[in-house]
Design a binder for this molecule. Structure first.
Ligand SMILES: Cc1cc2nc3c(=O)[nH]c(=O)nc-3n(C[C@H](O)[C@H](O)[C@H](O)COP(=O)(O)OP(=O)(O)OC[C@H]3O[C@@H](n4cnc5c(N)ncnc54)[C@H](O)[C@@H]3O)c2cc1C
Length: 415
């Protein structure tokens, strides 16, 4: 479909990867976002776990692990081909420690069996060697009780496992994507425009108008179709939060259910070097620590960082965060994590810059992470749907976006 024009809605990792893949296929793209720069949302402010599937022990069917694994194994090659970044230096250096909390929704024995099953899934995958570190030797190593009590409060953490899983520093990856978008002549960025709807430009569903208003929240004055180059031959809805609302404007309703959550975490840069350790308290509404380097950390405590949630097609309002509120959240996160993982206090004590930032989580199914049968534990409903040349994509996870985008761009280019 060369020399035709595609609109991509949303400039997070999904929209940006799709636009760059389309440009590589020779297709000109206009990317819309209501922020004044790409990557201002979840794709900059997340933990960057490049999922192999270990996190989803509450889905013992392995459906979620199978859904996220291929994108995780492909992530490094994809991002390095789309941008100028080498991921090695921004990847967590150590294996991830899965520490089973005494209130875990998955019992330690079941968690142990689950981790072993995922490790086998990873090892036997033909692309295992392409992961951020060679995963063809992926295994699970139970932590001894001495190791456990060195790491965590033994009254709270009842078992621990070392698994070969990595995370990337999403801020550094975001900067690389922004540079790649800026340097790609076939990509036009249309920023500061809030998308309100899409409509067919004629009788058939093969040309589309994108409706926008100016301003971050769409409360600007004008409500005209963007007409830079006339109607678009294809539209890709990669908006993440609020995506299903735009789908409905064209009569497309692919999602089984809609759930929005807004979460913040701490992004910490210390001026002194500390030991690199990454650990997740599993399985439920707890927290985790990522160490991307000896000075760059991510810390989250789920109850302190969850600011809004709704089982609704529209994202719910998020309370404004002033300095006092950010400080309170940071204090709560450090205290809750430090109670269970005493070494976190070294991060809190080190001279540092602490940013409280976050983004939306969208999933087709909600419920509470404390509930073992809640739909939120099964995250295998993700991917691409279409209505004529209108495409909608549920990213599902940061780690699968670039791979999904390649598939999406090929389908769009064939229209
Ligand atoms: C705290 C947290 C931790 C997470 N940890 C992980 C993790 O470890 N691993 C993982 O794989 N995933 C993780 N995720 C999920 C991950 O961040 C998302 O799956 C991913 O970033 C979504 O990418 P996206 O491009 O679809 O959405 P976004 O990055 O949100 O991009 C969507 C873009 O659309 C724009 N937009 C939205 N509505 C409109 C509109 N109406 N008009 C114009 N523009 C609009 C937004 O400004 C935004 O730039 C986490 C999420 C959070 C919040």
């Amino acid at each position: 479909m060369t020399r035709r024009r595609v609109a991509v809605l949303g400039a997070g990792i999904m929209g940006a990867s799709t636009a760059l893949h389309l440009a590589q296929l020779g297709v000109p793209v206009t990317v819309f976002d209501h922020e004044n720069a790409p990557f201002r949302g979840a794709s900059r402010w997340n933990e960057g776990k490049i999922h192999l599937g270990f996190l989803y022990a509450a889905d013992p069917t392995l459906d979620t692990a199978r859904a996220v694994l291929p994108g995780g194994l492909d992530f490094k090659d994809q991002v390095e081909a789309l941008t100028a970044i080498a991921l090695g230096p921004v990847t967590t250096p150590a294996d991830d420690l899965y520490l089973v909390h005494r209130d875990s929704v998955t019992a330690p024995d079941a968690a142990s069996r689950y981790f072993a099953a995922v490790a086998e899934l990873v090892r036997s995958h033909p692309d295992a060697h392409r992961y951020l570190t060679d995963a063809s030797r992926s295994g699970v190593e139970p932590l001894s009780s001495a190791e456990l009590s060195d790491l965590a409060d033994p009254a709270v953490v009842v078992a621990g496992f070392r698994v070969l899983e990595r995370s990337v520093d999403t801020n550094r990856v975001a900067d690389a994507f922004v540079d790649a978008l800026d340097g790609e002549p076939l990509v036009e960025l249309c920023l500061g425009r809030h998308v309100t709807g899409v409509a067919p430009a004629g009788e058939r569903r093969d040309r589309w108008r994108v409706y926008t208003t100016s301003g971050r929240d769409g409360d600007g004055p004008d409500s005209d179709a963007y007409d830079g180059d006339g109607p678009f031959d294809a539209v890709v809805n990669a908006l993440w939060e609020g995506r299903p609302r735009i789908d409905r404007t064209v009569g497309h309703r692919p999602d089984a259910a809609e759930h929005h959550r807004y979460r913040v975490s701490l992004f910490v840069r210390t001026t002194t070097a500390l030991e690199s350790r990454s650990a997740v308290l599993a399985v439920g509404a707890f927290g985790d620590v990522k160490s991307y380097s000896e000075r760059d950390f991510y810390l989250s405590w789920y109850p302190a960082g969850l600011l809004a949630r709704a089982d609704a097609v529209d994202p719910p309002p998020v309370p404004a965060l002033g300095d006092r509120e950010r400080k309170r959240i940071a204090t709560e996160v450090f205290a809750a994590l430090g109670d269970v993982l005493p070494w976190v206090r070294n991060i809190e004590r080190a001279p540092s810059e602490v940013r409280v930032q976050g983004g939306w989580v969208y999933s087709q199914g909600g419920g509470s992470l404390d509930d073992p049968v809640a739909a939120v534990h099964r995250r295998n409903r993700l991917g691409i749907s279409r209505l004529g040349s209108y495409f909608s994509v549920d990213t599902g996870k940061y780690s699968v976006a670039p791979t999904l985008a390649e598939r999406l761009a090929r389908a769009v280019a064939e229209v």
